[in-house]
Design a protein around this ligand. Structure first.
Ligand code: PMT
Length: 402
């Protein structure tokens, strides 16, 4: 039997230029042995015809609730269709459809089926680059992810508008692979447990002040998201951050200070297969924390500090099976400092980012990293989005366990 033999898939097609690629996607799914039911939005007819997709899928492609107006007409029962499917893929998913899905709109057959579906739902967004990076699209994708939908990210490239950037629908081959991974339950990190740290730590001075740093948490959250997408169960120990994550395989432990992060990491460490320490942990904390707000009575204010434990080094010291990945944030002699950290913290891999590189480090959506392994093999990477850097890091863990 072909790899998807017996699997029932609803393919939702919405009105974007990438709809032309769905003819190829249907072919791939059918060739893999799947039974495919195409559901189209009215707007998608402008880009690909129902006849093409019904011929290729060997099933009528439905658009409307009713096949035949008036008394005695038959209707396409959205609940039956939704329950029939083992998986629903919406590709391409336009900004409009994402907004409807995120907010429960139900003005066409596809949306009614989506709202009735109990099976896994995958979404392959496609739109122009400015629409893709618009905060509402970002929010809608995050909402869909929080509902348990799987997002197949748009790819970089030339767009129909002539602009070049992110927004191009993932290639049909990539979508097919993701379908197989989910339906055949063979995500590469399935059954693996990961501990990931993210964000800054806040070291309190008094009830209103703290010593912190510029980490937004994005790097760590993107790593957690990618790990979960690849099937891992993730414990994300996060310092204070505005980043959001809602995934059934990610457990978020929110902490404030380095000491709290230390406790949380050690609580989960024995059980995990790999650790990625992306947090920017304060090396020192005020010796004493005032219980009341400190008044500005003198010209000078000196804070005595105690050294915080090095969380990663403490995990490295008791390492058994764990694959340990640390970060190094440097401003000078980057490679030497990073190599020293590998030894000192007993790491398997370090991800070096330098604040000297434009687009790298704190707060930004991008990062430029160099991987250095424990044998000091050096692998520089180009400037990438943090999502892509996260993919590269998780790929290292996948390769380690292959
Ligand atoms: O959060 P973003 O805005 O997306 O920014 C991402 C980032 C720049 C914070 C991230 O890419 C990064 O570099 N994180 C590590 C920052 C850091 O503290 O580097 P370091 O070289 O000082 O520490 C080395 C390693 O030891 C790190 O893995 C760190 O998590 C860990 N460490 C450090 C000190 C300490 N007391 N305990 C630790 O575990």
């Amino acid at each position: 039997m072909s790899s998807l033999g017996g699997k029932k898939i609803i393919l939702g097609v919405t009105g974007g230029i990438a709809a032309y690629k769905t003819a190829h996607l249907v072919r791939l799914l059918i060739k893999a042995g799947a039974e495919v039911q195409v559901i189209m939005t009215p707007a998608s007819h402008q880009f690909v015809t129902p006849y093409t997709l019904s011929t290729l899928s060997k099933n009528p492609a439905y658009t409307n609730f009713f096949n035949d107006a008036g008394e005695g007409g038959t209707w396409n029962n959205h609940v039956d269709l939704a329950l029939w499917a083992d998986l629903m893929v919406i590709a391409p998913a336009t900004a409009n459809t994402l907004a409807k899905m995120a907010n429960g709109y139900c003005d066409n057959l596809l949306m009614a089926i989506y709202l009735s579906a109990k099976c896994p739902v995958m979404v392959a967004p496609a739109m122009d680059l400015d629409m893709y990076v618009h905060p509402t699209t970002d929010r809608n994708l995050a909402l869909l992810e929080s509902y348990g939908n799987l997002i197949i990210p748009a790819e970089e490239g030339e767009l129909a508008s002539g602009l070049v950037g992110k927004g191009r629908m993932a290639e049909p081959e990539t979508i097919l692979q993701t379908v197989k991974d989910v339906l055949l339950n063979n995500l590469p990190l399935k059954g693996r447990k990961l501990l990931i740290t993210a964000g800054p730590t806040y070291e309190p001075i008094d009830p209103v002040r703290f010593i912190g740093n510029h980490s937004s948490g994005k790097m760590g959250y993107d790593i957690a998201r990618e790990a979960a997408k690849q099937g891992a169960d993730v414990v994300l120990v996060s310092g204070p951050s505005n980043q959001k994550i809602a995934h059934e395989r990610v457990k978020v432990i929110s902490v404030m200070s380095a000491m709290e992060m230390y406790e949380a990491c050690h609580q989960y460490y024995a059980d995990v297969d790999a650790v990625v320490a992306a947090a920017a942990v304060a090396d020192y904390r005020p010796k004493e924390v005032a219980t009341e707000k400190i008044k500005k009575n003198s010209e000078e204010f000196i804070i005595e500090m105690d050294k915080n434990p090095d969380i990663l080094a403490s995990l490295g010291a008791i390492k058994e099976k764990q694959f340990l990945i640390g970060f190094a944030l440097e401003t000078q002699n980057e490679i030497e400092h990073a190599k020293a950290k590998i030894k000192k913290k007993n790491l398997d891999l370090i991800v070096l980012n330098s604040l000297k590189d434009e687009g790298a480090g704190f707060g930004k959506p991008t990062n430029k990293v160099t991987f250095i392994d424990k044998d000091f093999n050096i692998e520089p990477k180009e400037l990438k989005s943090k999502e892509e850097v996260a993919q590269d890091i998780i790929y290292k863990i996948i390769k380690h366990y292959e």
